[in-house]
Design a binder for this molecule. Structure first.
Ligand SMILES: [Zn+2]
Length: 108
């Protein structure tokens, strides 16, 4: 699938409803993972041995399925808000120049 580009500024920062949902799901999963990792780090000593953080991160990732589900739900909520308050009736928004596009009308 080609990267959608803005017809005004030619930037590859055009976001439509489909890639919005993918990006917000990814952001949600990353947020949940980082919050859990951060919470675990606060419980640990302040001067860890080398490689301790990598091991801790892998431990957190062992529960990836739960993080994925929680993060996707978080992402769906964000996507719904962006669609409602930013896109409205439009289908695409360029994050670089702010141009908004309507969905192409089907041929008659
Ligand atoms: Zn643009």
């Amino acid at each position: 699938m080609p990267t959608p580009t803005c017809c005004i500024c030619q930037s590859a920062t055009l976001i439509n409803r489909q890639n919005l949902r993918t990006l917000t799901a990814l952001a949600g999963v990353l947020d949940v993972l980082l919050r859990e990792y951060s919470a675990q780090q606060r419980k640990q000593s302040s001067s860890p041995a080398p490689w301790t953080h990598v091991g801790d991160l892998l431990t957190v990732l062992s529960d990836a399925h739960a993080f994925r589900l929680e993060g996707q739900a978080q992402g769906r909520t964000l996507a719904a808000n962006v669609e409602r308050y930013w896109l409205g009736e439009f289908d695409s928004l360029c994050l670089s120049c702010g141009f908004m596009l309507m969905k192409d009308a089907p041929p008659d």
